[in-house]
Design a protein around this ligand. Sequence first.
Ligand code: PMP
Length: 448
Amino acid sequence: MIAPTAIARMIADETARFTSANPRSAALARDAARHWHRGVPFHWMLDWGTPFPLFAARAEGSRLWDVDGHVYDDFCLGDTGSMFGHSPAPVARAIAQQGAHGLTFMLPTEDAVAVGDLLAERFGLPFWQTTSTASEANRAVIRWCRGITGRDKTLVFNGCYHGAVDDAFVDLRHGVPELRRSLVGQVYDMREHTRVIEFNDLAALEAALAPGDVACVLTEPALTNVGMVLPDPGYLEALRDLTHRHGTLLVFDETHTISTGPGGWTGTHGPLPDLFVLGKPVAGGVPCAVYGFSAEVAERMERARAANESGHSGIGTTLSANALALAAMRAALAEVMTPAAYAHMLPLADRLAETLRAAIVAHNLDWHVTHVGARGEFICTGTPPRNGTEARAAMQGDLERALHLYLINRGVLIAPFHNMTLVCPATTEDQVARLGNILGECLSSLME
Ligand code: PMP
């Protein structure tokens, strides 16, 4: 048991340490505040728990340097955008080459042909479209699913996150659907068109699909945005069968679970969904996302499109599939997200999980470490959560903040918001061992 007083002391000590060690970041933070709202060009940059934002100077592979000259072992990797390392050489080369030859034309380039083939071969779905972000891909997918089924409901799981997709911002609190409190400025009651149930609950799923009005189920194969919740054995297969039986389309958002293997969770464990979304790392960090779908879905999409007047569909934006994004995606898929890269990442992620478990056990803590391939998570509770409610109950905001600050001050970045670690092709055994040692020192200090 870690005492709240110890946590408060660590936050105070580490805040002071961060402040004195980062004068250049502090100065830039003051200057940036002249014109950036709250001092940052994007407000998530304030979410690291530091007293002012850490300004990055550069990054390469598994390392990041800040403007004060500290070097970090980066296990956050841009919260997945750089899951295959910072500036992988093939992507950097492709960007430089395309950068000299035009960035966006609203016309396809030759890369489009290669990328289409790569996506279909790797993920097993025949047809694809591109957007600029995973949020946008999920929004497009929901629209298409409603459009082709003529149904108005989307089903999501409690604790899910699919990006800036308002339809998915519905939580269950004590079993009752509630709008997510952080959903600023939304005037529609998303509960009218979104049904929310707990993950791993087949009876609830059956009941939610039974009325026959659900266009699609949108989910990650394992929930990775509320700590980490794995599917029970057989759950996803049952989900596949039930959606099929009820005429509901199944969408897997593999933006994070691409950590499982070259073909994502689907390629490693199955089952194949009707639609598949992948964003963030798919172009090595250049804004880009894709969604794939079955031939049957493609045919229904075409019928829905043809039945409507031509013109703007509300799906897609001007920079979608621009030449730069396609060049970067081609390099990332063909040369970076390779089976050889995963052959390094997956065993090292196993090692990382063992290392963290050892540090936790050495301090007699009843915490749980889990991982989906290269993506790990430690949860400050003994029982692995089976759904969003259990996962939320396990979160310990102040303790996690103290841990994160302690790690940052000793040159280790893990994802803010939760305790997520990513292993990339450039991550080394030494970096993994160091993270384990520093976590151990942090726990010792908290338990003194
Ligand atoms: N899907 C999942 C599973 C995500 O975790 C996120 C972002 N964390 C997104 C989609 C949205 O990605 P983006 O913010 O790049 O649009």
